[in-house]
Structures are given as structure tokens and as C-alpha cells.
Write a protein that binds this ligand. Sequence first.
Ligand code: COA
Length: 158
Amino acid sequence: MAADVIEVRPAEESDRRFLALLFAAVAGERDGIAAEPPIDVDRLAANWQLDGTLVALVADEIVGELRVEPNWFGFGEIGMMVAADWRGRGVGTALVVAAIEWARANGLHKLTLSVFPHNTAAIALYRKTGFVEEGRRVKQIRRSSGELWDLVEMGLLL
Ligand SMILES: CC(C)(COP(=O)(O)OP(=O)(O)OC[C@H]1O[C@@H](n2cnc3c(N)ncnc32)[C@H](O)[C@@H]1OP(=O)(O)O)[C@@H](O)C(=O)NCCC(=O)NCCS
């Protein structure tokens, strides 16, 4: 079978609702990202910061997104997700590679991120693309269940 052709491009106005729906679906998994339901999809779509957001498409369908949040100090914090049906097929890798290019082109000196320690797929993806572990924030995130989850901090010097 031919490999999926993955296109990565900057997010556009018409992507807002798809981005918010993807975010709500992944939040509903209560596993990989910090956000949990309920997600106000309309509000999220309206407020989504398109600048710095990259979308991955297969056959014109959005299957993943990555957002770089640059700040005054020269680094950018990233957050990302891939639709559940599309994981393990290179979409995440394509997004991170594109984000590194975007960050360099925009003059950033570093990319950083936070990831739950149990998120082995994400940690493998970040290591594979050059990120290294820089520390751990203990019991940082309170879940709706009441559990307190650590965060692993990772960074990539550009
Ligand atoms: C983390 C996530 C973005 C990875 O995206 P993806 O499209 O599945 O990633 P890829 O297919 O490009 O895989 C990248 C690497 O991750 C590793 N990997 C992928 N799936 C894995 C799994 N289930 N278990 C362990 N490692 C895995 C592999 O090393 C893979 O590289 P390889 O194919 O060259 O061996 C995706 O799983 C996701 O969206 N999860 C839910 C949201 C989330 O956790 N976001 C990140 C928050 S920090």
C-alpha cells in the first residue's frame, strides 16, 4: 500500500472549527494533553491563535496540529496532537520537523514543551526529533479525577 502523503501548512481561518473539534476529541481521551472536557468548541474555535499553528493534512483532511507559542525571551513553547485514527503513521514527526523549520525561520533560539511521563509515544517522538529532557515538575497538573500528574520538561536548542 502506498504511504500516506502528509502535507503540513500554516493554519488558515477556515481551519478554526476543525482545530477546535480535534482538540475537544483529544481532550476527551483524558490522557495525552492537560485539557479535559468540557471544551467549549465554539469559543475555542473563535479564539484559536492561528499564527504559529501548523496543520497536517492527508487528502485535504486535517489529521493533526502543532502550535508554537513564541515569547519575548526567544523560545517557543509547543503543544500538539494527532487524530487518534492517524497516530503511528508519521504525522507527528512531519509536524515537529515543520515546527523546527518554522521556529528557525522566525528567529527563535529554542523550542520547549511539557509532556506527561506516561506519554511514551510523545516522548519517543520528541527524542527522535532532537529534544532532550531538562527536568520534571512534580504533581504539577490536577486532573478532574483529583489525581496530580507530573510533567517532564523537554527542550531543543535550534
Ligand atoms: C504524541 C503524538 C502527537 C505522536 O504523533 P504520531 O503521529 O503518532 O507520531 P509518529 O507516527 O510520527 O511517531 C513518532 C515516533 O513516536 C514513536 N511512537 C509512535 N507511536 C508510539 C507508541 N504507540 N508507543 C511508543 N512509541 C511510539 C516512534 O518512535 C515514532 O517514530 P518511528 O515511527 O520513526 O519509530 C500522538 O500520539 C498524539 O496526538 N497523542 C495524543 C495527544 C498528545 O499526547 N499530544 C502530545 C502532548 S505533549
